[in-house]
Write a protein that binds this ligand. Structure first.
Ligand code: PLP
Length: 285
């Protein structure tokens, strides 16, 4: 079955789906995006994704291309047309297509909207969770606003590639004081040596992950000791457990950082419990 994309008002076969070469997403990376997990055909934590999308759009002063109800319909239609039961739906909003000029285009230039969806075999995620994954670390050289989910992902792209070339799954960034910020496409967590679950506070230095927020809810339901605080690389190396989170990885155990085993080098019980309980707490719509 060929895949279908929504592009500026039309549903098109992926091979024929295209935008103008003047689209500012293409020229400047001038836009935002969201990735929402699909499980059993339902969108997971859609409201949190919509809330973050609103924040990203407002931060960049990009108008919403369609209302929230229409956007929800489009997401469902793309999921249905691609027959995605387990996978993800991707949406991207650009500042629109206009004559190339760094400043904003004149009023009346419509923002661009692209939506795609793809199936992902949940067994691959489960296999990663059973084995655990490795991460490498790199200095965080991104701009000062990673909390905006913008299309400007070049440092993230280079970091993910560096991880793959090192045989790792993800790269974690650290700031100039040696504190871990987040991964190239995931949030970073540890169960510290004292047994307290920790992840960096969601300030401007990281993306406020939707999965992160839901896992914090899971931790509360489970009565886990939890702190939102920065942790250093040294603390991560010495942690009992480490894991990463995102819409598609949920909570995936990290068993090695920079080649050093974390804990006993196997997926930790707290991580696996959070992963197991995620579905019961996440919102399905
Ligand atoms: N951090 C970064 C840099 C990301 O790109 C992502 C997801 O794409 C995340 C964290 C995790 O966010 P979420 O849980 O909303 O997928």
């Amino acid at each position: 079955m060929s895949r279908v994309a929504y592009v500026n008002g039309r549903y098109l076969p992926l091979a024929q789906a295209s935008v103008s070469i003047l689209d500012r997403a293409f020229v400047f990376g001038d836009g935002v995006y969201e990735v929402c997990l699909v499980r059993g055909g339902a969108l997971i934590d859609e409201l949190r994704h919509f809330a973050r999308l609103k924040t990203s759009l407002a931060a960049l002063r990009i108008a919403a291309p369609v209302g929230e109800a229409a956007l929800k319909r489009i997401l469902r239609e793309v999921v249905a047309r691609n027959r995605v039961s387990d996978g993800l739906v991707y949406l991207q909003i650009s500042r629109g297509a206009a004559r190339r000029d760094h400043g904003f285009p004149p009023p009346g230039v419509a923002p661009g909207l692209v939506v795609t969806a793809k199936s992902l075999d949940p067994r691959l995620g489960e296999a990663n969770a059973e084995r655990g994954v490795a991460v490498i670390t790199l200095p965080d050289e991104r701009w000062a606003h990673p909390h905006i989910k913008s299309l400007q992902l070049l440092p993230n792209v280079l970091a993910k590639q560096a991880a793959r070339e090192a045989g790792a799954f993800e790269a974690w960034f650290f700031d100039s004081d040696g504190f871990v910020t987040e991964g190239s496409s995931t949030n970073a967590w540890i169960v510290a040596a004292d047994g307290v679950l920790a992840t960096r506070q969601a300030d401007q230095s990281i993306l406020r992950g939707v999965t992160r927020a839901t896992l914090i809810d899971v931790a509360a339901v489970e009565g886990l000791r939890f702190e939102e605080r920065p942790f250093t690389l040294e603390e991560a190396y010495a942690a009992r457990e480490a894991f990463l989170s995102s819409a598609t990885t949920i909570a995936t155990p990290v068993v090695a950082i920079d080649g050093r085993p974390i804990g006993d080098g196997r997926p930790g019980p707290t991580t696996l419990a959070l992963r197991r309980k995620f579905a019961a707490v996440a919102a399905r719509s």
